[in-house]
Design a protein around this ligand. Sequence first.
Ligand code: PMP
Length: 358
Amino acid sequence: YSIVVHNFNAGPSILPKEVFEQASQAILDYNGTGLSILEIGHRTPLFQEVVDEAISTTKELMKLDSDHEVLFLHGGASTQFFQIPMNLLNEQETAAYLDGGVWGKKAIKEAKLYGKVEVVASSKDKNYTYIPKGYAIPADAAYFHYTTNNTIEGTQMHAIPETNVPLVADMSSDILSTVMDFNRFGLIYAGAQKNIGAAGVNMVVVRKDMLGRVTRPLPTMMDYREHIAAGSLLNTPPVFAIYVCMLTLRWLKQLGGVAAIEAINNRKAGLLYDTLDKLPIFRPTVAKEDRSKMNVVFVMDDEALEKEFLAECKANGMVGVKGHRSVGGFRISLYNALPLESVRVLTELMNEFALKKA
Ligand code: PMP
């Protein structure tokens, strides 16, 4: 018999099955070369074609114009928290930040090391269970930073803010999950380990006119312009992580691109939220209009029931359903690679559980 695992992990998380298969094969024999992907030089034509395809597929999927560059960098999204202000914010200038969740808060902390920060709005008063609205972004801000999807709290911005200030967005947990005008951003960044690949690499999309404005000297490895000039090969890059990104991006393109995955993501999130709304035993924690399609967070009012449902999930092959320690309850991550079938299995279990407890 086969054991089926439904993987709702928040990150690192599920990737397409064919990506796992292709990546495994490439460790043993990369494209029939007799060499493992782990033993080829990063400056060989063999790897150059991997980077080239990762960059060109990103540009295609995001429909990027020629002003935007795509980079694959080390250090996780957390490195971008400081690399961004280092490159974009002079000490006497102000950057505007939205305090919409735990990750955005961390980005604010790092930005303060490099310049002035104006927090334009915060939803901390209600544990980040909604997206702040109706705030003004100062017109002279160097940039406006926000998190498109709050992975821990389960809220998501469903529209791009209207402003002439350059937009900088942390898209770690919803990049390439929904159609949007990516060209409107001055800079986009995302840790790969949710929607685009394996942990160990970051995707950064930057509009070239954002760069070269700061007066401080930048360490070479921190300077986006150096990485652009070197085509993401300034030093030894995370070769395997970039390879897995390339495979995942190729998978998304073959599936029909962002619009196609958005349709599937809408069905998954729709099914889960409909089930939650129908069953009062489960209580979603965030404002309805700000619900995330990537991370669905809910609690139950009785801790013993939560334990029981958690055990049922486990017994039925579901992993990664436990909520973040700061929120409790449950967090169901519905990233691009998660099949609709996994959501069906989960919602059936929820229905049965609610019936049993009624
Ligand atoms: N931003 C968001 C929205 C995240 O979800 C995470 C990680 N879960 C991070 C930043 C931090 O990413 P990393 O661990 O790659 O530094």
